[in-house]
Design a protein around this ligand. Structure first.
Ligand code: 7O9
Length: 481
């Protein structure tokens, strides 16, 4: 039995070690291989695509898990809690999300205002590819709310709603967007906010019908369990996946030295702020509130951190995050499966910090003086943008445009910082994932008593670690019915 446990431990940590080796190997290989094309030549896009192939397959598998994972997790977790408890857990999670996001924004603002990376830098813009969209902040926020209520759930898996502005016929060059007419269209991309809301409502309905719908609840719990099983398999690809993703990305980039030379200080301030928030402030909050060892907690999330860095997508990382949180940090699945999908959708501390810093950096670069009111406005929009990002079609740039708009900076100025965005995105994603994980741990800690009070139907406590390597807690979750 002991040997078995030891083997299991080695097996789990071996994978994390391999994945971290994959990250480091990817960086080394990427930097090394850049030199290969002769005389300042570049790798062709085709060659880069070939190198990216394995990484792409890994990413596709992770993405395939997102939809089944969020639907089954939310329905089964909310379904097995009574309404008042899920309200409490949800409320605690949202309180944590808002507090930490605001803290991240404040940290970013303090750094960028004191260090002033935009003062000395020169304003050279890179060409932005892709159309710039005419949007107003109000329309974007209204779309977010509209997308919470999808008229067709099947369509919501594929498309989301977007308001489009059409210039008046008699004056196609009208500058004032208020005079444009408003229509709407569906654009490609999963309507994640709509699906999350629908799954929660469905879960609440199951929980209020109780005994009547035991079979349906059991069905979703077992489906959720099955999806996690597949996740466990996909995770074995992560060392190779992240290696190829990172190598390919590094080969694709233009001259790294030039880029960091110009934007070096901005990059350092943003990355420093993001990492300080994720690796100092949030762990301190975890320690103060739960007395858990934050270093251990972070080490247990290693797999998720490496995947976040490799994929730069916290939604693609979600299956891995859930696995690490439940299997290694032993967070109650009823909490993690409930709050993680919500966190992945609305809680993005790294993104919020980044947007605030970026907007103020651009203002400094343009020599635009900012009043205290401007800074407050930037903080509020950056927080709102990070909450709404997942609900906005082609988010990324659009949300930053919203923040720039609050202080009257033009959308084109996004191009000033685009050169280092691919790398900052990876740091943001890591901290977004960590933020969700700390949140789940804190919420689970405060909900411990209430969760324990839900009487297990069978003698589930006696169920040991099963053959699939799932913790007793996971089994307990299955048996709670
Ligand atoms: C970063 F919960 C899920 F899994 F269902 C879920 C699915 C999709 C959650 C979120 C999304 C989603 O579409 N998110 C999204 C996030 C969409 C657009 C932009 C962003 C912001 O992404 C971060 C950033 O750029 O700062 C970062 N790359 O955490 O993934």
């Amino acid at each position: 039995m002991r040997r078995e446990r030891f083997k299991l431990l080695l097996k789990e940590n071996l994978l994390t070690l391999l994945t971290i080796t994959g990250v480091i190997g990817g960086i080394a290989l990427g930097i090394g291989l850049r030199e290969i094309p002769a005389e300042g030549g570049k790798w062709t896009p085709r060659e880069v695509a070939y190198i990216n192939f394995v990484g792409d397959i890994f990413l596709r598998m992770l993405k395939a898990l997102i939809l089944p994972l969020i639907i089954t997790s939310l329905i089964s977790a909310v379904g097995c809690l009574d309404l008042s408890l899920s309200g409490k857990i949800g409320g605690r999670a949202v309180l944590y999300y808002i507090t930490t996001t605001i803290m991240a924004v404040i940290l970013g603002i303090i750094l960028v205002v004191t260090i002033q990376p935009g003062k000395g830098a020169e304003a050279t813009s890179t060409e932005v590819t892709g159309e710039t969209r005419n949007v107003t902040t109000t329309d974007t926020l209204l779309d977010l709310v509209r997308n919470m209520f999808p008229p067709n759930l099947v369509q919501a898996c594929l498309q989301q709603f977007q308001t489009v502005l059409v210039p008046p016929k008699h004056n196609p060059h009208e500058q004032d967007l208020n005079l444009w007419s408003v229509s709407g269209k569906y654009t490609d991309g999963m309507n994640i906010i709509g699906l999350v809301v629908a799954a929660i409502v469905f879960g609440i309905a199951l929980s209020s019908l109780k005994e009547e719908v035991q079979v349906v609840l059991k069905f979703f719990q077992q489906l959720s369990h099955t999806v996690m099983k597949v996740t466990g398999w996909v995770i074995w690809l992560s060392p190779l996946g992240v290696l190829f993703l990172i190598t390919a990305k590094l080969l694709e980039m233009d001259d790294l030295g030039v880029v960091f030379g110009k934007l070096g200080l901005y990059f350092a301030v943003t990355a420093g702020g993001i990492l300080f928030h994720g690796f100092v402030i949030l762990p301190s909050i975890l320690f103060i509130l739960t007395r858990k060892n934050p270093a251990r907690f972070i080490a247990n999330m290693g797999q998720a951190i490496a995947t976040a860095f490799g994929t730069s997508s916290s939604s693609a990382t979600l299956p891995v995050t859930m696995q690490c949180l439940e299997e290694k940090n032993h967070i109650d699945p009823r909490v993690s499966r409930f709050v993680l999908p919500i966190g992945a959708t609305i809680n993005m501390d790294g993104t919020a910090l980044y947007e605030a810093v970026a907007a103020i950096f651009i203002a400094q670069l343009r020599g635009l003086p900012l009043s205290f009111g401007d800074i407050v406005a930037i903080s509020i929009t950056a927080t709102a943008a990070s909450i709404g990002a997942a609900g906005i079609p082609q988010a990324g740039l659009v949300t930053l445009v919203m923040v720039l708009d609050t202080v009257g900076l033009p959308a084109e100025d996004v191009s000033l910082i685009i050169a280092v965005d691919w790398l900052l995105d990876r740091f943001r994603t890591v901290v977004n994932v960590l933020g969700d994980s700390f949140g789940a741990a804190i919420v689970a800690h405060y909900s411990q008593k209430e969760l324990a009070a839900i009487p297990p139907r069978e003698e589930a406590q006696k169920v040991p670690r099963n053959s699939m390597g799932n913790s007793a807690e996971t089994v307990l979750f299955e048996e709670r019915l």
